[in-house]
Ligand binder design. Sequence first.
Ligand code: GLA
Length: 342
Amino acid sequence: MPGQLTAFGPGRVNLIGEHTDYNQGLALPLAIEAGVTVRARVVDGREVEAVALDLDEVDRFPVGEPGRGEGWRAFVRGAVGELQRAGVSLPGAHLEFSGTVPRGSGLSSSAALEVALVLALLGLAGEPEPPRIELAQLCSRIENDWVGAQTGMLDQLAALCGQTGHALRIDFRTLEVRPVPLDLEGHRLVTLDSGEQHANARGGYNRRRAECARACELLGVESLREAVPEMARDLPDPLDRRVAHVLGAEERVDEAVRALAERDLPRLGKLIDQEHASLRDLYEVSTNAVEETVQSLREAGAIGARIVGGGFGGHVLGLLPPDATPPSGAVEVTPGPGARLL
Ligand code: GLA
């Protein structure tokens, strides 16, 4: 059993396919270089002590009885609780973490933290790593059952399965993850902060998920993956628009995969724009601050710009041609490897 180790979980951006994961659809995310680092060591006794270095906050709880916590504490207690429920015998531990993905940014600092914590704790316990899909399912239970955000598995699969130089085509019905080479021919992907924080465990996100579940009930289908565009038309507003977004996003994912294979960057840019328009008008998860941020990316020459992640604030993703100067504050993102022990 190693006494001390360091684990890293990356954030993610998603090229196309937002709010499709909990509808068993398709998405095309990539793990990014920024993320969360967890340093962990075994300590005597049966207590976990966790330190959020960026916030200068501490949490302590008995390893066998993590109990509930708020904010970042819910993630740590959830990681300890879920691993033990999965039969992992955990030692007393000191954990400390810090991140380079801003919280509430839409770049999934949550999944970055979950996956880094879980890899660190598995390492301390001296357990072999289960398949990454299983780990993603475990991390998603932390989010659903401990944090209270009814999120799907987009973020966890992207953070765990990321590959340098690749996006991932994920099919959430089969959980097949297929790496897609991301050759942007000199174009750059950048993110720009809208200045507005979002929180998936609050309001809007869970409401959208409930609307999709209601649409399934009315349509008599298990998931929206089984629905076709004609069916959406008979639904009452806004459910018809929610379903139209999800079904459109699925088509855009495979079109984007084709555009990448053909190195058709203008086409990829158009698809990114269409995804944004759909998230704004049909799924209604944009805000004024996000629209202004999209606008500044366009003015800088972006050939596609859109909100990323759950919405209601957070960062905007832009695709910039080789000669464009990114607006001030924009950060370039490149596809990096998935979560790992360092
Ligand atoms: C958040 C959730 C994901 C996914 C996206 C929207 O990031 O955590 O599960 O639903 O929103 O695509």
